[in-house]
Design a protein around this ligand. Structure first.
Ligand code: GLN
Length: 249
């Protein structure tokens, strides 16, 4: 088996170690004897490269970079929408997540346009939401907890399904206890850190869905890996907060 993973605009979407997500996806595929090609898609590239990709990654970006990116993203909007609608797993982090919505409204009143692939908006409000973030995922994955780090000024509001319920931290907007977005096989989240090394179950969710879509494999056919080291990192973050978040094996 073989998967093609595209990392969109790594020169601009690359905050707080988001590159680590790509390394995790590649290694976890290879540990299962699945060949994984990583395509870094740059602003000068042709959308043709995005044909038949199996996983799409959008990292985080500052407001400044988000603004620069819009016109380049617009050039691939239709193809990105098609990929999302046809159940390609997508992981969009923070600025990358915000850009999938309609609009990012800055507190100065300036409006940064989003792609409008998903119908939501983000609004900058007073103060930044910074720190470790722990949620309980809504995807039915075990362990239930997902851990990460957030740092954003934008607050996102939407009515889609969410990635999870906040146990500690701020998430989408610091008010409704909701984190991220789930649409088909797309996950949008405020979790940097990067998210996947400390959350192998989320990495596997993306890889499994890519393989299921491409090769029709069942969960029983998806090889399990030894995640003891990854889960030590996961539990370390849980332990920072509260012993009751400890994941029981
Ligand atoms: N520009 C966004 C904000 O601050 C996203 C930042 C990020 O990706 N961490 O709200």
């Amino acid at each position: 088996m073989h998967i093609k993973i595209v990392n969109l605009f790594p020169e601009l979407l690359n905050l707080y170690g988001d590159k680590g997500n790509i390394i995790v996806l590649k290694k976890r595929a290879e540990w299962r004897n699945i060949k994984a090609d990583i395509i870094d898609y740059h602003i000068e590239d042709t959308p043709y490269l995005l044909k038949e990709v199996d996983i799409v990654l959008l990292g985080g970006a500052s407001d400044y970079e988000e603004k620069i990116l819009f016109k380049f993203l617009l050039g691939i909007k239709n193809i990105l929408k098609e990929l999302i609608e046809s159940n390609v797993p997508v992981l969009a982090i923070c600025g990358g997540y915000q850009l999938l919505g309609n609009l990012y409204i800055k507190d100065s009143g300036e409006e940064i346009k989003g792609l409008g692939i998903l119908d939501f908006y983000t609004k900058q409000e007073k103060g930044r939401l910074v720190g470790n973030l722990i949620i309980e995922n809504n995807l039915g994955l075990l362990p239930k907890t997902v851990v990460g780090f957030e740092n954003h000024g934008g607050r996102t509001y939407h009515n889609y399904n969410t990635f999870g319920k906040i146990l500690t931290g701020f998430g989408n907007n610091g008010k409704d206890k909701k984190e991220g977005i789930v649409y088909k096989n797309l996950i949008g989240t405020y979790m940097h850190g990067p998210i996947l090394p400390k959350n192998p179950h989320i990495a596997d969710y993306l890889i499994f869905n890519a393989l299921k879509r491409k090769y029709g494999i069942t969960f029983d056919e998806f090889a399990k890996l030894d995640d003891r080291i990854e889960m030590l990192a996961h539990r370390k973050v849980l332990a920072l907060y509260n012993k009751r978040f400890f994941f029981k094996k």
